[in-house]
Design a protein around this ligand. Structure first.
Ligand code: DGJ
Length: 747
């Protein structure tokens, strides 16, 4: 095993390293954790205490009487507290019975274990084989309170990855209020970073946005109860010269699906404190004596080879150590979802007719979206009643399922288990089950209210209902949607002083239901969704290996969305469908080739009424599905590189490539937004190929070296005068092209 975690007792230094990275910290004389180094691997068995710099600085405060040097304000730390000489934001804040927030956590003990612990009730990366990871469990203690914090640091064998989390244990006699507990806190020695985040809104999720770090705080967060469309729980700190292909970058994410905060605080001496965890806003957890609280897992990825390498690390880690093992490397079914095909306007006949055509073109899985249950004839009723809508499907959902399956298709259903309409039996029977504040009006979103998933009775009721439907219809797939943020967040079953727990308890309830469903129905493939990509996060991926990326299904809009999403999420998780034109979100008309060329780089499917397509288009669809099935394992399990960004350069093109692990096959996707004339000739240097082999592209051959150093010519007729009568293929707005590179067989 290439991982070593060492404690040098002579200088009290912890040095964690694998083949790529080192993470070093040291105990101060009074047991505080001082961060020394995080980055590319450096030798172990050395003393790095020279990295602790303490100079006397006016207007600071000191830890020891009579001493003018030891101030936490001057020191880089691992798990800081506020108010005992450090003035930056803390990693832990506990309010005590006397009203004080001051704590004094110091080193108590540590343990190094092979493998990795699971987090109770929460998703996290895992190892199957203990040799794949090593973990340092380090216990801090506040003796006055009798409270311990167990910090866990896991290094993986194969990746430049460090995962962290914190568990607070109350061994004392008093109740403690946790007001903040960060999953990750690390002080970096300078601020020479560009902060990159993935932000946006419904329909334009995860756009790449950047800014320079400055003295002060820069942060992203969610206050909506879900990880949100607005900010994805991901941030990268990259050096000024870092790009996709080279340079240093640190990427951080949280395995969490609720309110989060990710923040970089640059202090007055340019030290950058990077923190991630549950958002302290609206959070307060009462910890009774004998109880513990576990923070979500944070993941840190280090790359000195640019953003692509960071992303590839996340992709591999998520594929191999986060999604459920039974889905790893398993081909995903090509699906057809009826939402944009019919919306609520369907009956059994219509669905079966679409399904027949789906079978005909080679689709594997038919998914019936919203509208099949309760009194769901529009979006004002039915949520909460997870049994057949008899008006629409008089013979029952089981009957429809059997019909679809008898065509040779798999069958899947949409659910939105966390929600209820007032017009539903569930609400009529249990109006008290929604999140609401007594004597105040609750707010709706899309006519629906949020069930209190902190209440086990609610979770159990929904589990029983969904389980019955899975059994009745022998479901192969479930799309789990969530279409509004949380408001009126209050739990009538909790004490007044526990209301700060409700957001997190809600998330734990969602995880509980997912856990019960995937354990009881391990063969059901889950796709998570939240009005598109409002809950696209690592927490969800643990249960649902794919996510509906965005409600914006327009191929051109999807370029930016999927480009940003690929920063950390693997292609196998990025739900991407070919939809009808004019597109329902943008009214844009794009070629069906381009729609597929974009959707290939994800978990591929269709979202249209195939019966509306011409014969010619249906033939194309057949070919597309064949193509995808042939190359799906390259796309999902290969190494993905972003080559030309839609956010940079001319902002009119985008190119990416995925290369099979053995480098024998590669697929390049190249996309143009608008057609222009007299444009520069274009060539794109490819990445990840074997320099020493010959690749066949159409009827020509090129060496890997050529393609990576000279580039692939991607110019089209728009680099001249389009109608130049030179028999060049005409080009249009929204054109795209796929190149398949295959290793030339040696004869
Ligand atoms: C929002 C989802 O993102 C859509 O794909 C669709 O499932 C609708 N909800 C159905 O209400």
């Amino acid at each position: 095993m290439a991982i070593t975690i060492k404690f040098q007792s002579e200088n009290k230094q912890f040095h964690l390293s694998n083949k790529d990275i080192s993470y070093i910290f040291q105990l101060s004389e009074d047991g505080k954790l001082l961060q020394l180094y995080y980055g590319k691997k450096v030798p172990q068995n050395r003393d790095y205490s020279y990295l602790i710099e303490m100079h006397h600085r006016p207007m600071t405060t000191y830890r020891k009487d009579g001493d003018l040097l030891y101030s936490l304000e001057h020191l880089k730390q691992e798990f800081p507290e506020y108010g005992t000489t450090d003035f930056r934001h803390p990693a832990i804040s506990i309010k005590q019975a006397n009203g004080s927030n001051l704590t004094n956590f110091t080193y108590k003990s540590h343990q190094i274990i092979t493998g990795k612990k699971t987090l109770e009730g929460m998703p996290a990366t895992y190892v199957e084989n203990e040799q794949e990871a090593k973990t340092l469990l380090l216990t801090l203690e506040d003796q006055l309170l009798g409270v311990e914090i167990e910090l866990s640091y896991t290094l993986f064998d194969k990746f430049p990855v460090l995962t962290r989390n914190a568990k607070v244990v109350n061994n004392g006699v008093n109740v403690q209020s946790i007001e903040q507990v960060a999953s990750l806190s690390v002080d970096l020695p300078d601020r020479d970073y560009d902060w990159m985040q993935l932000s946006g809104a419904w329909g334009r999720e995860r756009y790449v946005k950047e800014r320079k770090l400055q003295q002060g705080i820069q942060s992203i967060e969610s206050t909506r109860g879900i990880s949100s469309h607005q900010h994805n729980p991901f941030v990268a700190l990259k050096r000024e010269n870092t790009d996709e292909f080279q340079g240093e970058v640190i990427g951080a994410t949280l395995v969490y699906s609720g309110n989060f905060l990710m923040q970089a605080e640059v202090d007055t001496w340019d030290v950058t404190r990077l923190q991630a965890g549950i958002n302290p806003f609206g959070f307060e957890w009462k910890l009774q004596p004998g109880e513990s609280f576990t923070s979500p897992e944070a993941i840190l990825v280090y790359s000195d080879k640019g953003l692509n390498h960071m992303s590839q690390t996340f992709h591999q880690l998520f594929n191999e150590h986060l999604i459920q093992k039974n889905w790893y490397k398993k081909d995903r079914p090509v699906l057809l979802n009826n939402w944009e095909a019919t919306y609520f306007n369907f009956n059994e006949n219509k669905l079966v007719n679409i399904a027949k055509q789906a079978k005909n073109v080679g689709i594997d899985l038919f998914v019936l979206d919203d509208g099949w249950f309760g009194e769901r004839n529009d979006d004002s009723a039915g949520l909460g009643d997870w049994f057949t809508n008899k008006k629409r499907l008089p013979q029952g959902i089981g009957n429809l399922a059997r019909k679809i399956k008898s065509l040779g298709l798999q069958f899947g259903l949409w659910i939105e288990p966390e929600m209820v309409n007032k017009n539903s039996d569930l609400y009529r029977n249990h109006p008290e089950w929604i999140l609401h504040t007594p004597d105040r009006k609750s707010n709706h979103g899309r006519n629906q209210f949020v069930l209190n998933f902190g209440n086990d009775e609610v979770v159990e009721n929904i589990f029983q209902q969904i389980s019955a439907i899975i059994n009745e219809s022998e479901l192969d797939y479930i799309k789990w949607d969530m279409n509004r943020p949380l408001t009126n967040v209050f739990d009538i079953n909790l004490d007044a002083n526990q209301q700060g727990e409700v957001f997190h308890r809600y998330v734990l309830g969602v995880y509980k239901l997912y856990e019960k469903l995937i354990r009881n129905h391990p063969n059901v493939l889950f796709e998570s969704c939240s009005s598109g990509g409002g809950r696209f996060d690592a927490g969800m991926l643990y249960y649902a290996p794919q996510t509906w990326t965005s409600d914006d299904s327009d191929a051109i809009e999807r370029l930016k969305i999927q480009y940003g999403t690929s920063m950390l999420y693997p292609l196998s998780s990025i739900g991407a469908h070919v939809s009808i034109t004019p597109n329902h979100q943008t009214n844009r008309i794009t070629p069906i080739e381009t729609r597929a060329n974009v959707a290939y780089f994800g978990a591929f499917g269709y979202e249209l009424d195939l019966n509306q397509l011409s014969k010619d288009e249906l033939e194309k669809v057949k070919e597309q599905i064949k193509f995808y099935k042939k190359y799906q394992s390259v796309i999902h399990n290969g190494t993905f590189y972003r080559l030309v960004s839609p956010f940079e350069k001319d902002q009119n093109h985008m190119t990416w490539i995925v290369v099979s692990k053995d480098q024998s096959t590669a697929i390049v996707g190249d996309y143009k937004m608008l057609n222009k004339v007299n444009q520069p000739y274009r060539r794109v240097k490819l990445q990840g190929l074997n320099p020493d082999i010959e690749y066949k592209i159409d009827d020509s051959t090129y060496s890997g070296k050529e393609l990576m150093n000279v580039g692939l010519i991607t110019s089209d007729a728009s680099s001249g005068q389009i109608n130049d009568q030179n028999n060049r293929a005409e080009t249009y707005d929204f054109d795209s092209k796929i190149w398949v590179l295959t290793q030339l067989e040696e004869h």
